[in-house]
Design a protein around this ligand. Structure first.
Ligand code: COA
Length: 260
């Protein structure tokens, strides 16, 4: 597929990483319908590619993404928005099986913040700013912001961010556990690729089942989540990589993963 709003590549440092750059810099990577279609298609293609171990999504230094495209929504009515249901397909990003890391520099606002929160981890540059400023344009978060943000930062702060539109700095986001690490702007992408490389070097089926189990913590009561975890743990004993990993440990050598 030819992409117009994104750039899809594999970094030279590690071709097992699938990278996507949001590429509408003149619009601060506003998340148009076309951009989101392209993004979901590219991520799903990487997800299905056995040569890819981890994915990284980033924007430019100035903006990860400044939100859903206001120009596409400004004159729409409720029925049009309901029929378009543009945010439903965003959940396909949450359903990806391989880990997805957001590398965020500059603005991650509105849908941009929600998109980063859909990713499994966030590496931020020191310039990153996270926020849900929809209140300032007469609406509210519509792609998971009131739910995912609240689960991470808690009720009081989520309420403040959603009702005032205040931005969080990278350091504040780090202290709150919203981002995994903060790096200088010239290094944040490298830092995200280093984290992705480390994950891509692990046994892929264990990575997949472990990711699935961690995500269950957001959607199930504790007992069901624990049961789900236990079953995934037992399931891994059918993989060649479990035998290899444990035998390599006993034989004091490095494991060779097969992804089976
Ligand atoms: N949708 C559509 N276009 C957007 C956009 C969005 N969410 N965010 C920025 N843009 C466009 C601007 O319209 C402008 O386009 P133009 O040059 O053709 O006029 C361009 O991106 C640059 O933005 P600009 O506002 O001039 O940059 P700035 O540095 O003065 O301000 C922001 C940056 C992020 C503070 C400001 O763009 C902003 O508030 N954006 C909207 C954030 C938002 O409310 N997101 C939630 C949407 S539901």
């Amino acid at each position: 597929m030819e992409y117009q709003c994104i750039r899809v590549y594999r970094p030279e440092s590690n071709p097992r990483i699938g990278a996507v750059q949001l590429n509408r810099p003149d619009k601060l990577n506003a998340l148009s319908l076309q951009l989101m279609d392209e993004l979901i298609s590219a991520l799903e293609a990487f997800d299905a590619d056995p040569d890819i171990g981890c994915m990284v999504l980033h924007g430019t230094e100035r903006a990860f993404a400044a939100g859903a495209d206001i120009d596409e929504m400004a004159d729409a009515d409720s029925v049009e928005m309901l029929l378009r249901d543009q945010f439903r397909k965003w959940e396909r990003i949450a359903a990806l099986k391989k880990p997805l890391i957001a590398a965020v520099s500059g603005y991650a606002l509105g849908g941009g913040c929600e998109l980063a929160l859909l990713c499994d981890m966030i590496v931020a540059s020191e310039t990153a700013q996270f926020g849900q400023p929809e209140i300032n344009i007469g609406v509210m978060p519509g792609a998971g912001g009131t739910q995912r943000l609240t689960r991470i930062v808690g009720k009081a702060l989520a309420m403040e961010l959603v009702l005032t539109g205040r931005f969080l700095s990278a350091q504040e986001a780090y202290r709150l556990g919203l981002v995994n690490r903060v790096a200088p702007v010239e290094l944040y992408l490298e830092e995200a690729f280093a984290l992705a490389s480390l994950i891509a070097s692990k046994p892929p089926i264990a990575v997949r089942l472990a990711k699935e189990a961690v995500l269950k913590a957001f959607s199930t009561p504790l007992e069901l989540g624990i049961e789900f975890e236990r079953k995934n743990f037992y399931l891994l004993f059918s993989t060649a990589d479990q035998k290899e990993g444990m035998h390599a440990f006993q034989q004091k050598r490095l494991p060779q993963w097969q992804g089976r």
